[in-house]
Unconditional design. Structure first.
Lengths: 162, 359
């Protein structure tokens, strides 16, 4: 991955994280780690984003939000699940309002371990995601459809609005 | 007067690192009502006490929130210790106080950064978070974790700090204090910050009192409540005064937090000078039988942990009342009458921590 076609922008959504991973993601953007020097910007708009960074686990209320953000992002896109909660539910796995990892709703490309995930491992995860993003982009240009990992259960919109 | 329209704010919004949803009812540009709806990050961790034994549940209690993590574990441990009549060593109490104040420093710097970012003051955001890394380095060196420490346990603390490290921390804080003056000077004296914050979202003293505001939100409105003054951990042996401002607007809440940075540094310095030698934990046997309310001052205000045990390893009930939850009614009052463009500033000014509030 020596060359990137464009500056990858990311969007971050806190599914039901404790904030630990969220503040570490923000710490990646600040002078100590400074991923902005690589052109990575944390944007608030899904339509501008290439990388979807999710922290925390899925529940009945937010799964529609996660799906909605994912659907609004333009192709090609990659999903990074940060922290054990986003991977499997983590320490909260047995809680009544935790359904499980983010891969129940959307296909996940990179899993970052840790509770809370350290900035170094988050950056490592994002760099891996950049490689996958480039692969997907090249594949799209060449007209090859890459096989998507299928989510376990489709999200349905709850009856009571957003 | 225009016709009323409703604008949704959140759950995914650029100024919010966390999801909260507000329905803002507007007349032209003025907010006339705000209807909060929460539940995006509810996990239901209080019920986990039935599945985890009380000494290991402290790790779950710590993960109520990743910002105030240490103070949650501290309050939980104190609750259990009070029920079981455990007297923890004095050195452990001092260490708990030091780490509590370190978490406050990291939380306030984090908030000042996010607040500056909310105002569009990108360089100050970066600078605040740069200084915060010094705090996190010391946290990591002494506890092993940056944001989730796992250092507090029922019956004391898990790690001791060597005297050389304490001296090093003291020197580090002196340097930090010097650098902090440049940072807080922006929040307290910069003309554009004052212009932006003065008069935005005013909470009157009596409203703050009756709506149950806590922490810097209450102190910014002239209500001098600071649970640290009840003297839990080693706070009873430390001299400090709560920072109180009277104007009740976003500027006052910001000033309270900026000035509290120095109070925290002062408390840590006093602790390091006074800390006695000795063990840092006692052996805990048996299980809690009874109930207790423990209160502590988090960076965002008063937190209450309630625990009920019946003599078994698993607790019967754990209930947490977090500062952000009590600060939501004052927030709704604050938002009424402010401009739509000021909403992000006003929401941030109570330092919302949704992870805590919904658990």
């Amino acid at each position: 991955m020596a060359y990137l076609q464009k500056s990858p922008w990311l969007i971050h959504y806190d599914a039901s994280s404790c904030n630990g991973c969220d503040i570490e993601i923000l710490a990646c953007l600040t002078p100590m780690y400074d991923v902005e020097r690589f052109g990575i910007i944390n944007t608030g708009n899904p339509k501008h984003a290439d990388i979807f960074v999710v922290t925390g686990s899925v529940n009945e209320r937010n799964k529609y939000v996660i799906k909605n953000i994912y659907d609004q992002m333009p192709d090609p896109k990659v999903v990074v699940a940060v922290g054990v909660c986003a991977t499997s539910g983590g320490v909260f796995r047995e809680c009544y309002n935790v359904s499980g990892g983010v891969d129940m709703i959307i296909p996940v490309d990179v899993y970052v371990p840790g509770c809370a995930a350290r900035p170094e491992s988050i950056i490592d995860g994002i760099v891996k995601a950049l490689g996958i993003l480039e692969e997907k982009r090249t594949a799209a240009v060449m007209g090859v459809t890459r096989e998507q990992p299928a989510p376990a259960a489709p999200a349905e919109k709850p009856a009571g609005g957003a | 007067m225009g016709k009323q329209i409703t604008v949704p704010f959140g759950p995914q919004h650029p100024v919010l690192p966390e999801p909260i949803h507000l329905d803002l009812v507007l007349e032209d540009e003025t907010v006339v009502d705000a209807i909060p709806s929460i539940g995006y990050v509810h996990r239901g961790l209080e019920k986990l006490v039935e599945k985890r034994e009380y000494p290991e549940y402290i790790y779950v209690a710590e993960r109520i929130c990743g910002i105030c993590s240490y103070i949650h574990s501290n309050t939980y441990a104190e609750c259990i210790e009070q029920i079981m009549h455990i007297e923890i060593p004095e050195r452990a109490q001092y260490l708990r106080t030091i780490w509590s104040e370190y978490s406050r420093l990291h939380s306030h710097l984090l908030w000042l950064g996010l607040f500056a970012d909310g105002m569009g003051f990108e360089s100050v955001f970066m600078n605040a978070w740069r200084l915060r890394e010094h705090i996190l380095d010391d946290m990591e060196a002494t506890t092993g974790g940056r944001v989730i420490q796992g250092v507090c346990k029922v019956g004391g603390v898990r790690k001791d700090i060597a005297p050389e490290k304490l001296d090093e921390m003291l020197k580090g804080l002196k340097n930090l204090e010097h650098e902090l003056h440049d940072l807080t000077d922006v929040f307290l004296n910069d003309a554009s910050v004052i212009h932006r914050l003065k008069g935005a979202g005013v909470l009157k003293t009596e409203d703050a009192y009756y709506l149950g505001a806590v922490g810097p939100t209450a102190r910014g409105s002239g209500v001098p409540i600071d649970i640290r003054q009840t003297g839990y951990a080693a706070y009873g042996k430390i001299n400090f005064k709560p920072v109180v401002e009277s104007s009740g607007d976003s500027y006052a809440r910001c000033a309270v937090r900026a000035k509290e940075l120095y109070t925290s540094i002062d408390i840590i310095e006093q602790c390091i000078k006074k800390i006695p030698e000795g063990p840092v934990d006692v052996k805990v046997t048996g299980a809690p039988d009874g109930e207790f309310f423990a209160r502590a001052e988090q960076p965002r205000g008063e937190v209450v942990h309630y625990i009920k045990g019946n003599g078994k390893k698993n607790l019967v009930r754990h209930r947490v009342r977090t500062p952000t939850f009590t600060n939501i009614p004052p927030l709704v009052t604050l938002l009424k009458g402010c401009q739509l463009a000021d909403v992000p500033i006003v929401v941030l000014s109570i330092d919302p921590c949704i992870g805590c509030a919904e658990r």
